[in-house]
Design a protein around this ligand. Structure first.
Ligand SMILES: [Ca+2]
Ligand SMILES: [Ca+2]
Length: 424
C-alpha cells in the first residue's frame, strides 16, 4: 500500500435504544443510559454553567437538522462537500457527535448533553461515505472562525476526525490531522483566534508519537471505557492529552434507513471528543479564554494509571464537575426547564450494534472509517484499525436485536460476536 493519509471519524455505532428511567437532574428519557455523562459529572456542572454564548462547530458529516433533540440547538451552518449550504447529515457520525456536546436537555426527549446552553454550528466536510477532502476540512475550520465572529460567540471546534494510518510513518503521530499543512494551518489560526480545538486521538490502538510540541489551544482526546481504562483501540502516546468516555455512548443519530429522531450508541475516540468540547464550552461561557479552559480541563482530570501524566491516559479522565469546581452532590435541575420526576419506566437494555467502520478506499485523502447504518438484514460488521499496524482488521458482528429494539420489546441485548475479516 502506498501512502494513505486520510481523516477518519473514530467511532463504532450501536443500535437504537429504547427509553429509560427519568432522573432528578433531567427528564430526558435516555438520561439514565448516559453513563459517560454521569462519569464526567456533567449534570452537576449544569448548576454552574450550561454553555450559553458558546458556539460548538461540529466539523463532520453534517448534523440531522430536523432531529427533535438537536434542532433547537442549531445555528445555520454550511456544506463544503456539496457546496449547497445544507449541512444535513448524510452519514450519521456528526449527529452522534453533536448530541453528546449539546443536545437539547431537560426537554423530555432523547438525551441530555454536556453543554445544553451552547449552540451547535453544523459544518459538513465529510461525505456520506465517510470520506472527506482535507481542503474541505480546512475551509470548514476557517468558516467556523468567521461564523463565531459574525455571531459574537466564543468558539469550540469539535474535530472527531483522524487521519487513517499513514503507512509510511512508524510510529504514527497524533493528531494526524496536523500532517496536512492546510488543516494544520487552519487549526493553529483558529486556536490563535481564541477557539478551543478538540481533536480525536484515533482508533488505531497503537502507540503513537506526538506530531507537534506546539499545540496551544488544542487538546487531543482518547477514549476511556466503563472501568476508566483506556479503550483498547484508543490511540495513545505523548501526543495524547486526556481521555473521556468513549464506549457505548448514547446519543442522537441519523440513518437513512431508520426514520426520524433516532438514537444510537457509539464507541470510539470520536464520541469522546464532544465531552471535552462541551466541557470547554461550559468553562468559556463563564468567561475563561480557550487557553484557560483547556488548562483547567487538564488540571482537573482524574489521574488514571501511573501517577501523573502517562501516555495511555494523558492527564487522565475528563472530570467536568471538577473542572467547573462543582461538588458531586445532588444535582439541581437546569434552570431553563425544571425537571419533573414522573417515575418513568425501568431502564431497558441498549443493544450495541456496532456498525461498520471499514475505511473506504477513496481518492480523497480524508475518510471516516465508520459506517453507522446497520443494514436491513440486521447484521453488520465493524472494522477497527488493528493494533500493531497489521493488515488484519478486527470485525464485529451484531445480532438481530435491531428491530426488536425498535418496538421496545424489553430486555434485549445482543453483544458483539467477534470475528475477523481482512480488509485492504
Ligand atoms: Ca433531550
Ligand atoms: Ca496517570
Amino acid at each position: 500500500m502506498g501512502l494513505r493519509r486520510r481523516v477518519a471519524v473514530p467511532l463504532i455505532i450501536g443500535a437504537l435504544l429504547v427509553p429509560s428511567a427519568v432522573s432528578a437532574a433531567s427528564n430526558d428519557p435516555r438520561f439514565a443510559q448516559q453513563w459517560g455523562l454521569h462519569r464526567v459529572g456533567a449534570e452537576f456542572a449544569w448548576t454552574s454553567a450550561t454553555g450559553g454564548g458558546v458556539l460548538i462547530a461540529v466539523i463532520d458529516t453534517g448534523v440531522d437538522l430536523n432531529h427533535e433533540d438537536l434542532k433547537s440547538q442549531l445555528v445555520p451552518g454550511t456544506d463544503f462537500v456539496s457546496g449547497d449550504g445544507d449541512a444535513q447529515d448524510e452519514h450519521g457520525h456528526g449527529t452522534l457527535v453533536a448530541g453528546v456536546a449539546a443536545a437539547a436537555t431537560n426537554n423530555s426527549k432523547g438525551i441530555a448533553s454536556v453543554a445544553p446552553g451552547a449552540q451547535i454550528l453544523p459544518v459538513r466536510a465529510i461525505n456520506q461515505d465517510g470520506v472527506g477532502d482535507p481542503d474541505h476540512v480546512r475551509q470548514a475550520i476557517d468558516y467556523s472562525v468567521g461564523r463565531a465572529q459574525e455571531l459574537g460567540r466564543k468558539l469550540v471546534i469539535n474535530l472527531s476526525l483522524d487521519g487513517l494510518n499513514d503507512e509510511d510513518s512508524d510510529p504514527r503521530p497524533i493528531p494526524l490531522l496536523l500532517a496536512d499543512p492546510r488543516v494544520d494551518t487552519a487549526i493553529k489560526n483558529a486556536a490563535g483566534a481564541g477557539a478551543a480545538v478538540i481533536i480525536a486521538a484515533g482508533n488505531t490502538g497503537q502507540a503513537t508519537t506526538s506530531y507537534d510540541a506546539d499545540r496551544a489551544g488544542i487538546l487531543v482526546v482518547g477514549a476511556s471505557d466503563r472501568n476508566d481504562g483506556r479503550w483498547q483501540f484508543s490511540s495513545y502516546g505523548p501526543g495524547l492529552d486526556l481521555v473521556a468516555p468513549g464506549v457505548e455512548v448514547v446519543s442522537t443519530w441519523w440513518s437513512r434507513d431508520h426514520g426520524a429522531n433516532i438514537y444510537g450508541s457509539a464507541s470510539g475516540t470520536s464520541i469522546s471528543v464532544p465531552f471535552v468540547a462541551g466541557t470547554a464550552s461550559l468553562l468559556m461561557s463563564q468567561g475563561m479564554s480557550s487557553a484557560q479552559a483547556l488548562d483547567r480541563i487538564l488540571k482537573s482530570a482524574k489521574d488514571l494509571g501511573p501517577p501523573g501524566r502517562d501516555d495511555e491516559h494523558g492527564w487522565g479522565l475528563l472530570d467536568t464537575a471538577a473542572a467547573l469546581g462543582v461538588p458531586r452532590t445532588q444535582p439541581t435541575p437546569i434552570p431553563t426547564a425544571p425537571a419533573r420526576n414522573s417515575g418513568g419506566s425501568r431502564p431497558r437494555t441498549q443493544a450495541t450494534a456496532p456498525a461498520p467502520a471499514a475505511p473506504v478506499e477513496s481518492p480523497s485523502p480524508f475518510a471516516v472509517p465508520e459506517n453507522l447504518n446497520p443494514p436491513p438484514e440486521l447484521a453488520a460488521e465493524v472494522a477497527i484499525s488493528p493494533p500493531e499496524g497489521r493488515e488484519t482488521t478486527r470485525a464485529i458482528n451484531y445480532g438481530s436485536a435491531f428491530l426488536l429494539l425498535l418496538v421496545a420489546a424489553g430486555h434485549i441485548l445482543r453483544r458483539f460476536a467477534p470475528g475477523m475479516i481482512g480488509l485492504r
